[in-house]
Design a protein. Structure first.
Lengths: 163, 170
């Protein structure tokens, strides 16, 4: 069978390896140890960082409530997405889970479908409570039930909008 | 044991979240990287890229304005790009197969799924240094080969040869 289009496959010279060396390669354990220590040094700031991220989420929610458009929706998604990605590093896995649920809802609902403000608020309020009460235990029964309920409500909303 | 000269690397870190940039920069500095450039938007990253020609780019996907995917496509295909082969490591909270496929199609070399850890940053850096992907140019794509295997790894018969008879004879 003839190919439909030309395909060129080539290997550029490995300039990176020539630049940094590294012998046979592999993980640089000494560098990793230094980086773990540096991360430990940052831990004192994590509490302020998560507080600032939660504040930014609350502001994005307020802006979306004031004016529903692609920009405010995009900003809300970015804030939720940021928290989903960072909160585990800041030792707030439950916040990450709730933010992940919010990001999923915003990402999966078609752009023409308005986001349900009550469900956004349920997520934002849950994140605020988890943060204020410093809940970090992923086995906490109440937190688990709350996360499961939010997941289920997001499922319902997304199914209804996309069927 | 490896002994990389990370101090010789120039790395561009692109993320609209200052905390994430600080985290990644701290890890890179501890590895020994000295020349680190930071950008909080895709536009700013493109400007820095053309000025400083980094060796590696660590890039967030979800950003205001130009997204990480848009920036990668510019890096790979814009005539003004200083290096279309520059390794791009994408930092992302998106981990579904669909998202991974979209990033691969845009020309990403490696992924780091958030939350970021020291181990994953090191492992992806080592991957772009030690196991660079071959590059592919077709009418609709230019970037790293989207298959994990190396160019010359396959040693079997050519199943897409011009003649089916010849194929059968083999």
């Amino acid at each position: 069978m003839k190919r439909q289009q030309p395909i060129e496959l080539f290997m550029p010279p490995n300039m990176l390896k020539a630049k940094v060396g590294g012998g046979l390669g592999g993980m640089d354990m000494g560098a990793m140890k230094r980086a773990e220590s540096a991360m430990d040094g940052l831990k004192g700031q994590f509490s302020d960082w998560i507080a600032s991220d939660v504040k930014a989420l609350i502001e994005a929610r307020a802006n979306y409530a004031k004016k529903v458009d692609a920009d405010t929706r995009g900003a809300l998604l970015r804030r939720a997405h940021d928290i989903k990605g960072q909160a585990p590093t800041f030792d707030f896995p439950l916040i990450a889970r709730v933010a992940g649920s919010l990001a999923r809802m915003i990402g999966e609902l078609p752009p023409a479908t308005a986001l349900p403000l009550s469900l956004i608020d349920a997520h934002v309020n849950a994140i605020q409570v988890i943060h204020k009460q410093n809940l970090k235990d992923t086995n906490d029964k109440i937190a688990q039930a709350l996360c499961a309920e939010l997941d289920a409500r997001v499922d319902d909303v997304v199914k209804a909008a996309t069927k | 044991m490896s002994n990389y000269r990370f101090d010789r690397l120039k790395v561009l870190v692109v993320d609209d979240n200052a905390h994430m940039r600080k985290l990644v920069v701290t890890i890179l500095q501890a590895f020994g990287v000295i020349q680190i450039f930071e950008a909080e938007t895709g536009d700013r990253a493109w400007h820095i890229l053309r000025e400083s020609n980094p060796d590696v780019i660590m890039l967030d996907w979800v950003m205001e304005g130009m997204s990480g995917l848009d920036l990668i496509q510019m890096i790979r295909t814009n005539p003004q790009t200083p290096n279309p082969f520059v390794p791009v490591i994408m930092l992302t909270g998106h981990t579904s197969l669909d998202h991974v496929a979209r990033a691969r199609d845009a020309g990403v070399n490696e992924f780091i799924a958030k939350p970021v850890s020291v181990k994953t940053v090191m492992s992806r850096l080592v991957a772009v240094i030690e196991h660079p992907r071959p590059y592919v140019r077709t009418l609709g794509y230019f970037g790293p080969c989207r298959r994990r295997r190396g160019v010359d790894e396959y040693r079997g018969p050519e199943r897409r040869s011009e003649s089916p008879k010849q194929q059968a004879a083999e």
